[in-house]
Design a protein around this ligand. Sequence first.
Ligand code: ATM
Length: 312
Amino acid sequence: MNQKHCDTNTSEGVFITFEGGEGAGKTTHIRFLAEKLRARGREVVCLREPGGTDIGEKLRAIVLDPANKVMADETELLVYEAARAQIVAEVIRPALARGAVVLCDRFADSTIAYQVCGRGLPRAFVEQANAFACQGITPDRTILLVTGGSARKGLARATHRLGADRLEQAGEEFHTRVNEAFLELAEAHPERIRVVRSAEQKAKTAERVFRELADLFPWMNDVVDDPAFFQQLNRRRPSGHSNSGRKGQPSGKGAQKAHHTKGGAKGGGTPGKAAQGNGSQGTHGGARGNDAHGAPKNTRGSEGGRSCGRCL
Ligand code: ATM
């Protein structure tokens, strides 16, 4: 997948991922962005990883269930990759081919940060597994939201209402390594991964997110110069945002597959699969230039990149 410049009237799909440690605000900013893109007439598909498909949500429930204490790190990796392979084949690739904007809460960078730098699995193998699961699909842009605070604070923010899932229970040191790994990935891939501080007001963070995407959507240059647009984001929750759904409970519009509550699998509950529309399932639009499964081109695995020091 190549970097490109696009606007609302083109039919080329755009793939944007959001990454970051726990409690960084990915859900909120994906929703703000989705609303604005939809208002400009784009089909927007919001997804999360793991999840976003029936199969993926079941895998999410397994991998995050705190009861699965015996899960080996190798198993954990393969579950994430299995969920990714499914969402790429079933949702992301067709959506991009239709010309949709796909916004995904986490993608393959998370696997480097959590399974390589967090768990200590071998980087070369994980990169290959990522490449296999991604099937040639690479984000056009990745927004890395960072709070600047300690991993402990982020975890506290993420878990205070619903309790910690299996990954969140991995401990502060683990999550500190993960946060450092994300920053190192951003340093290694500055064109694709843009670091956005999310410590301040939502409006300021949203403005920064939009600025980092304005080369992909030139009309955003006007939006970022309109403080009123961002100020009103501070005053409200984005539409459709569910604050009540326990992770694991469907909420939102009840559509299958694409999701975007924080729902699903926290504590091993029923997989959540509510929320943002996949939109129509039309097949117009050019195919992304992807090879068949297993023959990726321009995947993360080929991006190189620095290690976090513990990863190689
Ligand atoms: P969310 O809580 O952001 O929905 O993500 C689920 C967890 O899965 C998250 N955990 N924490 N803490 C990050 C983790 N994860 C991985 O460990 N590897 C991956 O490849 C992905 C996509 C997520």
